[in-house]
Design a protein around this ligand. Sequence first.
Ligand code: MG
Length: 164
Amino acid sequence: MLSQKLQAALNDQINAELASAYLYLAMAAHFEASNLVGSGRWMRRQAREEVTHAMKIFDFVHGRDGRVTLAAVAQPPAQFGSSVEAWEQVLKHEKGVTDRIHQLYALAVAENDYPTQTMLHWFIDEQVEEEKTATTILEQARMIGPSNSALYFLDRHLGKEAEG
Ligand code: MG
């Protein structure tokens, strides 16, 4: 059975994953309003993935005889600036998520909760991938600079990637 402390922290993480989904959905709206439909599609896919992350923890808590309690999801911003600025925010956000996952893991270790540690291994690996992907796209957006024609091709590329 989960300790009360760990159960509360896992519930917080469910909320954080849903807040990530909401943030990426706001970014999808931002990009789509700028006709960057490929980037918008990429963000929509990201938002769906974040919901699956929340559900992994949701299912885990119930599997451990715990209780999921849902809290209000933070309101995301409506504007994210230029393409480079938006991708900077993605990378910053993912680094924050990584810190959260690591703190959660440290708590699972402190509580001697081995199943939670095993479950979190997937999230630790996932965050390495998330940061790598966000860094690559951010660096590509920086390379492009103010070129609208190059941004058009990056947007198309991201749209294709989000399809696959
Ligand atoms: Mg996530």
